[in-house]
Design a protein. Structure first.
Ligand code: PMP
Length: 411
């Protein structure tokens, strides 16, 4: 049975209120899922229910509402533990998302363990969030940032990676899947090779969480970062998974309430994991709602989602590449459902604006991957990224829109 017959996409679409609207007089076609995907009603309801029914601060309260909120918040920690298959629940730290998770590791692990002339490796495919925090800590510690080159199709050059690794390599930070090109990286191999030289590995899972199976024990990664809003959950929430023995060795990220055991003016002792890294009142409502995003994904199953999205990607790739003026950017063998393209002589912003006039939402520009754009010799791209609620009919509309733009604007 193919994914198309197995999944009732119309039924899935009905769970997403935002999809059922007109934009510029046309039915909305939302192809900006790599930036943030849409939220099913059960996620939205969870936020509303918390504020309407049991808004209270968590952990320290003993009254009924506080206990209910704490229980719901900690339920998400357990479901995220399962979601990434972490060994211990205290290995799940709540953050605002991938950016904060990477900054946390760079500022605590990086600052503590990097020394002068140590090396940190990132790839040429990285989002600015997985470049700049490392640049900052490398500058401070006089360490070196090394970059794995990528190939023309947008894959990591593994032989170049092997050559970069040495005894000075202390951290390797790499994405599971690229937001600009969709490339799925061979992270198991990358992690294994890094461990052979004694480096720790952080995986940026922003583009993987909604699409790929995540098993941090199988990957054997040291850190794994997720943003809730890219996996059908609310913005402003996410996790850092970290191996317990490493998290225990790391100093806290921020000081304040919750992350302490005892405070005197002379000395403060820090709380146990995971609270050591969760200073202050967290984003309670959105963490609670993240649990519903996990339920949404699990009800369909990652396998079915991936299979259907891959069908959409193949279809979109065929349709777009059949338009002579279109040049696809990023054609790696293994990809999540992201397709970037350019049209020679037409600026991506113009394409984006004209597609918006037809109700089609795509992203244009450098996608927070300026070094990657430089490497590919383009200023930016138009990026269509697909989710489980998208359809082939919508892709037909995209292809039609692109054709019309080409005919209208091509000199
Ligand atoms: N890494 C990748 C690969 C991303 O796609 C993004 C978001 N575009 C980020 C990191 C940053 O995630 P967030 O903005 O949720 O912190």
């Amino acid at each position: 049975m193919t994914a198309t017959t197995a999944l009732d996409i119309e039924k899935i679409r009905l769970q997403f209120p935002v999809l059922h609207q007109q934009v510029n007089g046309k039915p909305l076609i939302y192809f900006d899922n790599a930036a943030t995907n849409q939220k099913p009603k059960q996620v939205i309801d969870a936020v509303v229910n918390y504020y309407q029914g049991y808004n209270a601060n968590i952990h320290r309260g003993i009254h009924t509402l506080a206990e209910k909120a704490t229980k719901a918040f900690e339920t998400t920690r357990h479901s995220m533990q399962k979601f990434v298959n972490a060994k211990h629940v205290e290995e799940i730290i709540f953050t605002r998302g991938v950016t904060e998770s990477i900054n946390l590791v760079a500022s605590t692990y990086g600052r503590t363990f990097l020394k002068e002339s140590d090396e940190v490796i990132v790839s040429g495919l990285e989002h600015h969030s997985n470049i700049v925090p490392w640049q900052m800590v490398c500058e401070e510690k006089k360490a070196k940032l090394k970059v794995i080159p990528i190939t023309e199709v947008g894959e990591i050059d593994m032989s170049a990676y092997r050559k970069l690794l040495n005894a000075k390599t202390k951290i390797v930070a790499i994405n599971h899947a690229s937001n600009s090109l969709g490339t799925i990286n061979p992270i198991k191999e990358i992690i294994k090779l890094a461990h052979e030289v004694g480096a720790v590995v952080l995986i940026d899972g922003a583009q993987a969480a909604a699409h790929l199976e995540i098993d941090v024990q199988d990957f054997d990664c040291d850190f794994y970062c997720i943003s809730s809003h890219k996996m059908y959950g609310p913005t402003g929430a996410g996790i850092l998974y970290g191996k317990k023995n490493l998290l225990e060795k790391m100093p806290p990220y921020m000081g304040g309430g919750e992350m302490i055991k005892d405070v005197t003016f002379e000395k403060t002792t820090y709380n146990d994991l995971p609270y050591k890294f969760e200073a202050g009142t967290p984003n309670i409502a959105d963490v609670i709602a993240l649990n519903e995003a996990v339920n949404f994904i699990n009800t369909i199953s990652k396998e079915q989602i991936a299979e259907y999205e891959s069908e959409l990607l193949t279809y979109a790739t065929e349709k777009l590449s059949a338009i002579p003026a279109v040049k696809l950017i990023g054609t790696a063998k293994e990809k999540v459902a992201v397709q970037s393209f350019i049209i020679e002589g037409i600026h991506p912003f113009d394409i984006g604006q004209m597609l918006d006039a037809r109700g089609i939402a795509v992203r244009t520009g450098h996608h927070c991957t300026q070094p990657l754009m430089d490497r590919l010799g383009v200023e930016g791209t138009v990026r269509a990224s697909f989710s489980v609620y998208n359809t082939k009919a919508e892709i037909d509309e995209l292809a039609e829109g692109v054709k019309r733009i080409v005919n209208f604007l091509k000199p």
